[in-house]
Design a binder for this molecule. Structure first.
Ligand code: SF4
Length: 494
């Protein structure tokens, strides 16, 4: 019998085929995106080790440093002797293993028992955490560890960091002692089922469905899709926007794989347009409609884009977890006579950038003229957060919101190019509008997630001045590229 880790059991809970692939074909896994989640989890885990180690006698069993055998050996001794808190203790029972984020000794009942706490970086209890903690408690029970309580500690989004490394209050515990006790038989049946699948010699035959994205996007999606769409198609059904559920299943049942072959009766007005434009092979633009949508703008026309960062563990005094904090903007200005100028702002000082950014923004945007953005929800949220934080600038900042015109809904309603493949993000639409503005020409930072990573690296004290300068160039080029793209988009729509 294999020893299945908690993550393998959770993979089984999502889809038995996923578990089988994790064990037998791990090379097919697409892990992109996993690193960010892992890093955020690590940041919160490190703070948990401070919070639950008030007396300073905690032991962190670092798997990377100690290796499996040593972690399990030390865990056994510490948990038997009631010494702790223990962080990342290894728990083992026949057929399963898990690592407990926090184990705190509790001798209130006269004998040593343990409070087991699973730390999560989200700001609430997600549904799948219930399976996670049930498995964890089951393995602890199977390993003979007496538990006095079982809890999930998640990030409390109302926490305000007061500085000096004081993170008490960052985590909020939710008790699961009763629930995990009640679900033992259920977990035992998962373990049996998972063992059976793991021992299987061939890939289970499970069709794709909603479970492929719930609770996570399965890292084998590419593999399964490839198997199901054995014939490569240039315009697959996935390039039709919002084409899911029963209508898609019915079309697939007809053996249709290319969106150009989908009959009218299965499609909404938007999907019909995508199909027909794709069939034509040429971009479509509703010039009159786009002009009508843009009709109310006034010169000078400005084009604005922010980059922002969020920290699960706030690093600046007065900040809450997961607050959206802008650190950069790019602003192009187009005058009525055709003059185009650019003003960038980027704060890599490592201090909270919001105050400087708000001032710089107000200094550059003037008091009149339309401000074009792409996906105004984000820009509005950033401006509102600045207005709430800096009451002295509140009315000037809120006045900017009134001047915003969102080019995204105009693009959705008035433009489509087959090369967009059903997407309207700037990355999809710009190469169609302005091929010379391809994102491939950017050196380094080429999307919002990369910008956040570059920013975090640039403000890290260990980053060399040379590397910081290179990251600064990349960030400036990326943000400039986006607002220049907005200018091109706007010109095309006019
Ligand atoms: S993509 Fe879907 S069907 Fe394939 S392994 Fe993942 S969850 Fe299962």
């Amino acid at each position: 019998m294999r020893s299945l880790s908690k993550s393998k059991m959770l993979a089984y809970r999502q889809c038995p085929k996923r578990l089988w692939l994790e064990i037998h074909r791990p090379e097919l896994k697409d892990d992109s995106g996993a690193e960010t989640a892992y890093r955020i989890g690590n940041e919160v885990g490190a703070v948990a080790r401070l919070i639950y180690n008030e007396k300073g006698n905690g032991v962190f069993l670092d798997l990377d440093e100690l290796g499996y055998d040593e972690v399990f050996a030390q865990s056994e001794v510490l948990l038997r002797e009631g010494r702790g808190p223990v962080f990342e203790a290894g728990l083992r029972m026949p057929g399963a293993l898990a690592f407990a984020d926090v184990m705190v000794p509790d001798d209130s009942g006269g004998q040593v028992r343990w409070r087991m706490i699973e730390v999560k970086s989200a700001s609430g209890v997600k549904d799948y955490y219930r399976d996670d903690i049930a498995i964890q408690a089951y393995v602890a029970g199977g390993a003979g560890i007496p538990l006095s309580s079982v809890a999930i500690a998640h990030v409390d989004s109302s926490f305000v960091y007061e500085g000096e490394g004081d993170y008490r209050g960052l985590l909020r515990e939710v008790d699961f002692t009763e629930e995990t006790g009640r679900r033992r038989a259920e977990v035992a049946s998962w373990l049996n089922g998972a063992q059976e699948v793991a021992a299987g010699e061939s890939e289970p035959e499970i069709p794709m469905g909603e479970h492929c994205a719930m609770p996570f996007v399965c890292p084998f999606t590419g593999h399964c899709r490839g198997v199901e769409e054995a014939v490569e198609v240039e315009y697959p059904l996935s390039s039709l926007p919002n084409f899911t559920g029963r209508r898609r299943a019915a079309v697939e049942a007809l053996g249709i794989r290319d969106l150009r072959d989908v009959p009218d009766e299965f499609l909404t007005a938007m999907q019909l347009r995508v199909r027909d434009v794709t069939r034509s092979g040429r971009a479509w633009l509703d010039v009159d409609g786009a002009n009508a949508d843009l009709g109310k703008f006034t010169f000078p026309a400005r084009f604005l884009d922010f980059e922002s960062v969020m920290f699960a563990v706030p690093i600046w005094k007065g900040r809450k977890p997961y607050e959206q904090i802008p650190f950069q903007f790019s602003l192009h200005k187009f005058e009525e006579d055709g003059t185009l100028t650019h003003k960038p702002f980027l704060d890599l000082s490592g201090k909270d950038p919001a105050a400087r950014l708000a001032k710089a923004l107000l200094a550059e945007v003037g008091s009149s003229g339309t401000i074009f953005v792409y996906n105004a929800t984000f820009e509005k949220a950033v401006i509102h957060s600045l207005a709430a934080r800096f009451p002295e600038h509140r009315s000037a900042l809120l006045a900017l919101v009134e001047r915003l015109i969102d080019l995204l809904p105009i693009a959705r309603a008035r433009f489509y190019d087959p090369a967009q493949h059903g997407r309207w993000g700037l990355k999809a639409i710009l190469p169609a509008i302005s091929p010379e503005l391809s994102y491939e020409q950017l050196n380094g930072v080429a999307d919002g997630a990369m910008a956040v990573e570059a920013y975090k690296e640039a403000i890290h004290p260990a980053t060399t001045p040379e590397r910081k300068a290179a990251l600064e160039d990349e960030l400036l080029a990326y943000c400039h590229h986006d607002t220049l793209g907005l200018v091109r988009l706007w010109k095309r729509f006019r």
